[in-house]
Design a protein. Sequence first.
Length: 200
Amino acid sequence: MTVQPESVLTFWLGPPGSATEVSGRQRTLWFGKSAANDQEVAERFADTLLAATAGELDHWADFPRGRLALVIVLDQFPHHIHRNRPQSFATDPQALALSLFALGSDEDQLLAPIERVFLYLPLEHAESNEMQDRSVSLFEKLAGEAAANERTLFDGFLDYARQHRDVVARFGRFPHRNEILGRPSTADEIEFLKQPGSRF
């Protein structure tokens, strides 16, 4: 059964709070690797992901928070539902298109800073130098606008954006995806993947 946009946002972001509070509560869900979290996302949102993939939820994008929810469904949930399988990247183009449309109309400015992080992440996930450069610019702006007591948090998001950009600038892609997607790795990529922190 599919859910409504606010159900996605409540699950992903939790109750209202400062960016630091929200991140402190939700970071393990966002960026950790947990079989329990993966199972919960699959049980609650697998049907919603299928509907979004088929374009049946495109009307969510008629308002900013609905678009954000749809981006989260298409960009974040596949990595839980299809972890380490090719399908985990299958809806990246849809998520990216939604983000770019929002950016083209300054719709991101209508969202809270912590919400904007997830609107920008499809650019950070793209195997494209152009999108990576734009991602870094967006996260630089976000960090620059952050309140003094939240600057460290947003500097962290910026650091990850720069790391992603540098990997794509070097290899033209994310080497850690090669095995999942059945792509052969170059000798340089194989050596890179032996380094700590090379698998985002």
